[in-house]
Design a protein around this ligand. Structure first.
Ligand code: F6R
Ligand code: MG
Ligand code: MG
Length: 381
């Protein structure tokens, strides 16, 4: 058995080109360069992905999850890209870097993090999903489909390993605690939580036949770090595939609905999550619709062979067309729910500031004339 390898994906929006739609090539080149300098030192291998205005750093190494040196490298790399963004007057330069100095772990400092450590299998297919204009709860539905829904993943019925089920680790983003639930026997319980995508986030999934990690999503929420809306979380997700884990096609099938997610314009709207090629992951219509790219790799001795642009495929044309139709339909609601998010989510945006203007003009219902009449009627009690 070989020694464990760690796959770390650390991401942030440190400046948009143009507006919130893309990342300037100079920023990406700097990120690539800084990670490449560490190959053979801190890192085994690295690559830089981009989805919308987010830079996604992909690193393999042998130091395990949450290692300070790896997190420092990611922080320094994102800071260097932010410096370029400032110099070029990119939009929202440095936006997601919410601390003045690095303090051991980028979690809680703005960036999103998905890390997993495992022994590389004889062949190790890996899919990395990066999203923009979207919240981390967006992974709940596709992860449920991949790992617990036999109508999506026939391996759950047909394959002797997948058939043993999975363990879902669910993170309660409000209480800051986690719960492990086993499928298939606890699938209904699982759904009671993960259907609430704003609060319960799937953090890790383990295959029960081997107790090995199969999927890891970033669960950081920017509003919890900044205390206000500064941009949507735009999460990342890593999924290992094949040989008793969901097949590549079962993993991608889970994205064919074009399901809705919180995000889109001003992080305040529901919109369809559109699977896109690397080139078309530029959210421009109403700052969206929310996008997801899928980068495929074969991991070989820690080396990332790839990326293959998985969604650059006509098989996803119908999903994209549906997303456009759903976008039209939702947009027709203007500022009305359910296109606009419910009030709890809007609390973190700039909307309450606007509403404050008339705060003093609200009258208590007791003082309204109709209530006075009701009081008279009360004499019959
Ligand atoms: C979404 C996002 C954008 C901005 C919008 C307004 O995550 O970042 O939709 O919220 O473009 O941006 P400002 O207020 O910076 O002009
Ligand atoms: Mg942005
Ligand atoms: Mg973004």
């Amino acid at each position: 058995m070989g020694s464990p390898v760690t796959l770390s994906v650390i991401k942030a929006d440190v400046g948009g080109y143009v507006g919130h739609s893309r990342v300037h090539p100079e920023m990406l080149a700097k990120a690539e360069e800084l990670l490449q300098q560490q190959r053979g030192k801190l890192l085994i291998d690295s690559t830089v992905l981009v989805c919308g205005d987010d830079i996604d750093l992909v690193m393999t190494h042998e130091r395990g999850n949450d290692h300070p040196a790896i997190h420092q490298l990611a922080w320094d790399t994102l800071t260097a890209a932010a410096d370029i963004a400032h110099r070029l007057k990119m939009y929202g330069a440095g936006q997601d870097l919410q601390a003045d100095a690095f303090s051991g772990n980028v979690k809680g400092m703005g960036p999103g993090v998905a890390e997993m450590t495992f022994i590389e299998r004889p062949s190790e297919p890996i899919l990395i999903f990066c999203a923009d204009k979207c919240a981390p709860g967006a992974w709940n539905l596709p992860l449920y489909k991949m790992f617990a829904d036999p109508m999506n993943s026939p391996g759950l019925v047909i394959d002797t390993k997948m058939n043993q089920g999975a363990t879902f680790e669910v993170f309660d983003a409000v209480e800051g605690k986690s719960l492990k639930l086993n499928t298939p026997e606890e699938v209904y319980l699982l759904l009671t939580f993960i259907g609430s995508t704003g609060r319960y986030l799937i953090k890790n999934i383990y295959m029960r036949f081997c107790n090995d990690v199969a999927a890891t999503g970033s669960v950081q929420r920017l509003k919890d770090v900044a205390g206000r809306y500064i941009g949507k979380d735009d999460p990342v997700l890593v999924v290992r595939g094949q040989a008793g884990f969901p097949a590549l096609g079962e993993i991608t099938e889970a994205f064919t609905l074009g399901h809705t997610t919180a995000g889109w314009m001003r992080g305040s709207h529901q919109g369809p999550l559109m699977p896109c090629s690397f080139d078309t992951a530029r959210p421009v219509r109403f700052d969206g619709p929310p996008r997801v790219i899928c980068a495929g790799f074969q991991l070989a001795h820690g080396k990332l062979l790839g990326p293959v642009d998985i969604f650059d495929n006509p098989a996803f044309d119908r999903t994209r067309a549906r997303c456009n139709a759903v976008a039209d339909y939702l947009r027709a609601h203007g500022v009305f729910e359910p296109h606009r998010l419910h009030p709890e989510e809007m609390e973190y945006t700039t909307l309450p500031e606007v509403q404050k203007q008339v705060a003093h003009r609200w009258e208590s219902e007791d003082k309204l004339p109709s209530k006075v009449g009701a009081g008279v009627g009360g004499d019959f009690d």
